[in-house]
Design a protein around this ligand. Structure first.
Ligand code: FAD
Length: 87
């Protein structure tokens, strides 16, 4: 018997391969850690596999550079309405 009670060892264990898990795994690997990723489904990707695959970053610098207007107040109003419609 080896000195370890585990069959596999890694610096970082990530559970779930969605946006959060994959971001954590990639970041840890880029920082030089060995990574194990556990996923309960038979495919990786989590919920983003169902998503539009885009990220909305309101009023971001790339949009501003291209002259695209996305006023901060509009974004805050939209988020507040969606997240807290009762208010
Ligand atoms: C229809 C739809 C469309 C969307 N469109 C967009 C979009 O266009 N843009 C956007 O930014 N966001 C979108 N979202 C939201 C986005 O998908 C979620 O905010 C994001 O996926 C959350 O990531 P997560 O890593 O926290 O969770 P998830 O992506 O849900 O990942 C969790 C993972 O963990 C795994 N898991 C759970 N329990 C265990 C366990 N015990 N052991 C091992 N693995 C486990 C799951 O199988 C899954 O793979 C959309 C969501 C839906 C439902």
């Amino acid at each position: 018997m080896s000195g370890s009670m585990f069959d596999y060892e890694a610096d970082v264990l990530v559970v779930g391969s969605g946006a959060a898990g994959l971001a954590a795994a990639v970041t840890a690997a880029r920082e030089g850690c060995s990574v194990m990723l556990f996923e309960r489904e038979d495919h990786v990707g989590g919920t983003p596999g169902l998503s539009g695959g885009t990220a909305w970053i309101p009023n971001n610098s790339s949009m501003r550079e291209q002259g695209v207007e996305d006023p901060r107040d509009d974004a805050l109003r939209y988020l507040a309405r969606t997240a807290f419609p009762q208010y």
